[in-house]
Design a protein. Structure first.
Length: 237
């Protein structure tokens, strides 16, 4: 069969399956990025707090998660989590068996945990970029607590964080390919299955590369557009 037929949408074509796998990759990345945003915001808050315990805990989190291979984190959460659940099941019921945990949620959580370490630094840097005069001016007119946060701090942090978050998103998008080791059928896994079935690895891995480039190109355009919109009206040096 020709490459056109292999990648087509006919009876023997793999086009529809590749597009479904691409959608799965996007879903994993979105979920992981959301988890990473939650983790990153909490850790950034800790690293900016007056508590030494919170600062040390935040430093440990970002240092460890940025220092170990992402694949190792996936192995620990997926296979380690499955082993832990199986051990608890055996302890409670006395029966032997293996309990596998959901590959999608575990993979997204693993990538999200790593993403959170990078997002924490992005949020921390964005907060430090806010001119101190704006916060002091807000406090001088009696603004404090939640009002100060959602009117002054949050909009400014999001504005300054967009470029960094764009880079973290691209990392999460590429790291989602590592989840294929759990058996989740995302883009890379589907390409492996198709190339093994047809013995045409070059065709399907090339198609996967093109689809990844489409995702990253659209993502780059989206974040550039968001940055331009957020920085509208802001004087640049």
């Amino acid at each position: 069969m020709s490459a056109f037929e292999l990648l087509g949408f006919g009876e023997k074509g793999w086009g529809a399956l590749l597009l479904q796998a691409t959608a799965m990759t996007l879903a994993v990345t979105l979920t992981a990025f959301f988890f990473g945003g939650v983790f990153g915001a909490v850790v950034a808050r800790g690293k900016l707090s007056d508590s030494m315990v919170a600062r040390v805990a935040g430093d440990v989190y970002t240092t460890v998660l940025r220092g170990v291979p992402d694949l190792l984190v996936i192995y620990l959460l997926y296979f380690g989590g499955s082993q832990l659940l199986s051990s608890l099941y055996r302890l409670v019921t006395g029966e032997t068996g293996f309990i596998g945990i959901n590959a999608f949620l575990t993979g997204a959580m693993a990538v999200g945990v790593v993403s959170g370490a990078y997002q924490a630094e992005v949020f921390r840097g964005a907060y430090l970029a806010i001119p101190r005069g704006e916060i002091e001016a807000a406090r001088s007119v009696g603004m404090s607590g939640w009002t100060l946060f959602h009117r002054i701090v949050l909009p400014q942090v999001l504005r300054f964080a967009i470029p960094g978050l764009g880079n973290v998103w691209q990392l999460a998008l590429k790291e989602s390919a590592l989840i294929s080791v759990t058996g989740l059928v995302e883009l890379l896994r589907q390409s492996q299955v198709a190339s093994g079935s047809t013995r045409q690895p070059f065709v399907f891995y090339s198609a996967a590369a093109v689809l990844y480039l489409v995702l990253t190109s659209v993502s780059t355009w989206t974040f550039n557009k968001a940055e331009s919109t957020a920085m509208r009206g802001v004087r640049r040096a």
